[in-house]
Design a protein around this ligand. Sequence first.
Ligand code: AHR
Length: 658
Amino acid sequence: MKQRIALLLLAMTALGGPIFSQQNHTLVVKAAQPTATIQPTMWGVFFEDINLGADGGIYAEMVKNRSFEFFKPLMGWTVNRKKFVEGEMLVINRGVENTRNPRFLRVTMNNAAKGDLGLTNEGFRGMGIKKGVRYDLSLMYRQPQAQTKLHIELIDTAKQVIGDTVLSLTEAGDNWHKAAVSFHAKETVLKGKLNIWFEGNGTIDLDMISLFPGDTWKNRRGGMRADMIQLLADMKPGFIRFPGGCIVEGFDLTNRYQWKNTVGPIEERQLMINRWNIEFPHRATPDYFQTFGLGFFEYFQLADDIGAEPLPILNCGMACQFNSAEVVPMQAIDPYIQDALDLIEFANGDVSTKWGKVRAEMGHPAPFNLKMMGIGNENWGPQYIERLKAFQAAIKAKYPNIKLICSSGTDPNGERFDYLNGELRKMNADFIDEHYYRKPEWFFQNARRYDSYPRTGSKVFGGEYASHVDKTAGGNRNTWLAAISEAAFMTSLERNADVVQMASYAPLFAHIDGWQWAPDLIWVNNLQAYGTPDYYVQKLFSLNKGSKVVPISLNNDVVAGQDSLYASACIDAATNELIIKVVNASDKPQNNTLQLEGVKKLASKGKLTVMQAELTALNSFDSPTNVVPVESTITIKGKKITLNNSPYSFSVLRVKLE
Ligand code: AHR
């Protein structure tokens, strides 16, 4: 690893100047000459149901395959029995009468007592169970006679019971009923399971067997995992993009994300295979499905909760071009466009409208105030432009104020990118979504990318990016080297905030036992969630966003890699503070004197926040705060500030203008 970093640093020397020599610099800040407005949406988050991001992730459901709709209907379940009786557990398909949730389980009990016949659910790579927390079990059932008792148990890995209760099912007849019971866990375990033992005689039909912790985000029943959402809320993101990513495209058109299938009663939301289930053979995830318990209503509600602008991305009539590459013929594209128009009505429409009423019935009569949406994810080629034009015409005709985010494909350069960039600018696209999954060198080298972009016309959305270090796997890719290279690049996004008006790291979440793609911003297991160094870089930019960019220069040039130094400056009009961000990506300390122009007086103290580590440093479940920002107060005399930027450091200074 050390050798590789040395090579990288040598490469950087060749590209950006001598990084091993210590330098003293004077950086001139013109605090009274704003060059661009920083949009409130500047730094946001990108959510996709990848790496067990939704089911098994932020969606706090603990039962895997609760409605028996996986390809293998009993996947995730084990039948426990003293004696095998043919046909005592039958998966019944009532597809004709219920196309959305066709299967249920019929259990036949033969004077069963507790311990004779039961089911175990293994959860999503186990169930994280916390001592003292309430657990809410619910299900749907139907039985000819009111006679079944269910003995509910949470068990640890040694099968010891760590929480239990009894649920008596008292309704009988031909109709389905809902039942629920709550109980508390007595121990904490990372990989627990759920047992259900049957007591009774005769048959009982079961569906939607569900278990949620009581300590969800905002304590909502059936809600989201609070620790994961808290990490997002702490970032104060300007927007939240959902539901992806490639998941929007689907590997074919039937597998595309269709928002209308994700709203309304959860038992009517039709489950679908998650495309990441089969995407990477080396990271096969056969139990990865989308239950849509977390659907578009919940995404909008989440955006509302954390004060982020909602940014839904819809399928544009094209499936993933790395997979089936199916396209819908132009003469059949209207339903796709109608989905986009209806989504705007769902989000913003009055409760008297068809889709506004659906939103109101789900518990949110007030509009969600949708302002923008994406059409297509990583789609490319003339076939994309043709379809996008149809969307653009229809949406702008009805909702001229909705901004559209348009794809520039998978790469930030090359023929495909050049073609799309040209076409989108001719179409006067509101936003062009650029993606860069690249090596750290790319991020360092591209710190001038946007300096030469057109200042008028289409704006840029840096919709997906992450620095990918080589030859490491999983969370080990989230090194400080990756994060500091992103920080360096982000100073250039901020400097060009008139062009780049939104940006988000991707992907957001990964489960340690169920990921397909790395690096990721936040890693989780069933009990813990930790932010990577990249997370803290994102958070620092977001919390220190400012409202106007002001110039910061070194020898009359932007600070974009000279002596491995990167910097940006802005003013926060709300607090009347100057915010300076400096990345020292070299292995030597650098003394940087900030010479402030256009400032009458500065406060005598400033807040300095610094991240600094070895390039290989990581956070982990055992050491979640190994690389985190450290705050201190610095004393300021006059209008010169000296920053001692240590090797491999990212510093943010906030100082009040008086
Ligand atoms: O972020 C992971 C994937 O990367 C996204 O689904 C896709 O848009 C990109 O290729």
